[in-house]
Design a protein around this ligand. Structure first.
Ligand SMILES: Cc1cc2nc3c(=O)[nH]c(=O)nc-3n(C[C@H](O)[C@H](O)[C@H](O)COP(=O)(O)OP(=O)(O)OC[C@H]3O[C@@H](n4cnc5c(N)ncnc54)[C@H](O)[C@@H]3O)c2cc1C
Length: 373
């Protein structure tokens, strides 16, 4: 039996960033079901940091995370965690009101530039002429999830923490103030604190532990990649998104990627792209841009898991001593991971509260129990 002070279930960005933060104070072990970290949502995302994601609370978490990406702490700065990429939100004439509203909502978080038709097409020459309005945030970041996961892992290991891959948690018991976890291969671990960072599986992990679920809803999202038209300077292209949740696209390893921003409810699983959403991505690219998607190079899907109010859950379960929830990071789990890890560190280890605009109550998992009692 392995006896750390804190066990973290899940080797995605939530679990690894939590473990890295906790390892400053305690002996931490991460248990990951797959053979590698970031195999599920954290390795399948669109990897952007931008403020059009989520609502005010999510934007506050993103803003609080920004200094970490702009000026990473020592163990995180070996490899860049991302690169600058402008963000363009574009609109047709009939969508102008929605763009005005979004501009008002985002202006507290980002320095935005309002663009006319010429400005929109200068920033993104691929858009059709009917994209006549835009807002640009020139300080967007295209994150590198691999670098981010590995940097957290480096930090964890440098402080004596451990990662155990291929360790699918199959049973969880609580007794004498200790959580004992048994993996499918029979290995056992125990610790007084258990962090549930199991992504789409977080409700299932809670149920294994006899803790009431919070009502997480995993939703599938699809991405395709395809060739860019000849003569386009991919390095200068922005992350371009419709003002409504219809389409985004951006350069990706010498090609383009696009998502139809699908949100198809799913059980927790190894998500796979479905033909319908793949076709929708290509169709919306052709509807909004001058590109013809003649051949799809690659496709993938991942799960974005939401709590009932679409805000993440971070905090101890009220009815189960030492059981900590870190779940529901939806479509913003990479860009908010530094703030969420600092919040967890504060709640578990008593360090200062890191995000002035977000309260612990707003993230407390207990807020859902009335609905799911
Ligand atoms: C298409 C797409 C686009 C996205 N775009 C963005 C974006 O632009 N910006 C952004 O910030 N975010 C984005 N996201 C969201 C982001 O990827 C997620 O919020 C984030 O990865 C969630 O991290 P996680 O660690 O909670 O989940 P995961 O990465 O899924 O990690 C959970 C881990 O728990 C493990 N696990 C589950 N059950 C067990 C068990 N019983 N025992 C042991 N281990 C277990 C799983 O194997 C998994 O590795 C996007 C997501 C998708 C799918």
């Amino acid at each position: 039996m392995n006896h750390p002070d804190i066990l973290v279930i899940g080797g995605g960005i939530a679990g690894l960033s939590a473990a890295a933060a906790l390892s400053k104070h305690a002996k931490v072990a991460v248990l990951e079901a797959e053979g590698q970290v970031g195999y599920h949502s954290s390795g399948r995302s669109a990897t952007m940091l931008h403020y059009a994601l989520g609502d005010r609370l999510v934007r506050a978490l993103t803003l609080a995370s920004r200094p970490f990406f702009d000026d990473p702490p020592a163990n995180f700065s070996e490899v860049p965690l991302g690169r600058a990429m402008p963000v363009l939100i574009h609109a047709r004439d009939d969508e102008r009101e929605a763009l005005d509203q979004l501009e008002a909502d985002l202006s507290a978080f980002a320095q935005l530039e309002r663009l006319d038709a010429a400005g929109v097409h200068e920033l993104c020459p691929l858009l059709k002429p009917d994209a006549t309005h835009g807002i640009a945030d020139r300080r967007g970041i295209r994150l590198d999830p691999h670098a981010l996961l590995q940097a957290n892992l480096r930090e964890l290991r440098s402080r004596g923490g451990e990662l155990h891959t291929g360790m699918r948690v199959a049973a969880i018991e609580h007794g004498g103030g200790v959580w004992t976890v048994t993996a499918a291969n029979g290995e056992r671990f125990s610790a007084p604190i258990l962090v549930n960072a199991a992504g789409a599986w977080a409700d299932q992990v809670a149920m294994l532990a006899g803790v009431r679920p919070i009502g997480l809803e995993p939703k599938r999202r699809t991405i395709i990649t395809f060739d860019a038209p000849p003569g386009i300077n991919l390095d200068r292209l922005p992350f371009a998104k419709t003002v409504g949740d219809e389409l985004y696209f951006a350069p990706e390893s010498g090609r383009l990627f696009a998502s139809p921003m699908d949100e198809v409810p799913s059980d927790p699983c190894d998500a796979q792209p479905e033909e319908l959403e793949v076709a929708l991505a290509a169709h919306r690219m052709e509807e909004r841009t001058v590109i013809e998607v003649t051949r799809i190079h690659s496709r993938w899907a991942g799960l974005r898991s939401f709590t009932p109010d679409h805000h993440p859950a971070a905090g101890f379960a009220e009815e189960a001593e030492g059981f900590f929830w870190l779940a529901g990071q939806g479509g913003f789990g990479l860009q908010t991971s530094p703030a969420m890890a600092a919040i967890l560190e504060s709640l578990v280890c008593g360090t200062g509260w890191p995000v002035a605009d977000v309260t612990a109550d707003a993230l407390a998992p207990g807020r859902f129990l009335a609905q799911h009692a």
